[in-house]
Design a protein around this ligand. Sequence first.
Ligand code: 13P
Length: 253
Amino acid sequence: MARRKLIAGNWKMNNSNKEALELVNSLKDLVKDVKDRDIMIAPAFTCLSDVYNAVKGTNIKLGAQNLYFEEKGAFTGQISADMLLSVGCEYVIIGHSECRDIFGEKDELINKKVKRALDKNLIPVLCVGEHLEEREKGITSDIVSSQTKEAFKGLTETEAKKVVIAYEPVWAIGTGKTATPQDADDVHKTIRETLKSVYNESVSDNAVILYGGSVNEKNADDLLNMPNIDGALVGGASLVSDKFARIVNYIAK
Ligand code: 13P
């Protein structure tokens, strides 16, 4: 089945408000004619409101880099789903490996965040991926399959169909090393198999599965033409407008 491609930029902890606006204003022009692909950028929380005003009415959608699952209250430093909605977010990245590894986010918390996002009609972009030692031990499939199952726990079929998954091998993030297109495609297939075993073929076929980890303007064409790769979650290269625009405009073969 034809799944619509999604090219997403995770800006991580980069860009002042002024820099964010310069970047998005330049990007807007470079991708303005793209109609058949979805584009999303996830700036830092501090820039969301102004970036939203810059992209409103364009083909660029806004995402956040995280949320907290509680509705509101005494959770210092946290951001709720309603707050994200109030500044125009449609997507939210959940379970990024940096949040798992640096901030100790566990599967159970990630599952609560996915549920909260769905309750509030935000599209979760759930990140899964193995560490280098896990790949070397040959347990990549077990890891991504388990992370997927845990994050989807308790979701109905309708909810499951709304979740975007990003496969990001931890060893490929910010390192310049990418999974080969075939290796990435194989893991994406494993994720589809997992969804088929938990739900059914329709959920598995529908799932939009992005690849992330050193995607750049040079390797994007090869990765994005693989049958099970439905887009990219781009870090470093999303901070440079012409590089990100080139990835958005990858050449379909
Ligand atoms: P890089 O593209 O910088 O490797 O980052 C990938 C990533 O973590 C996107 O979420």
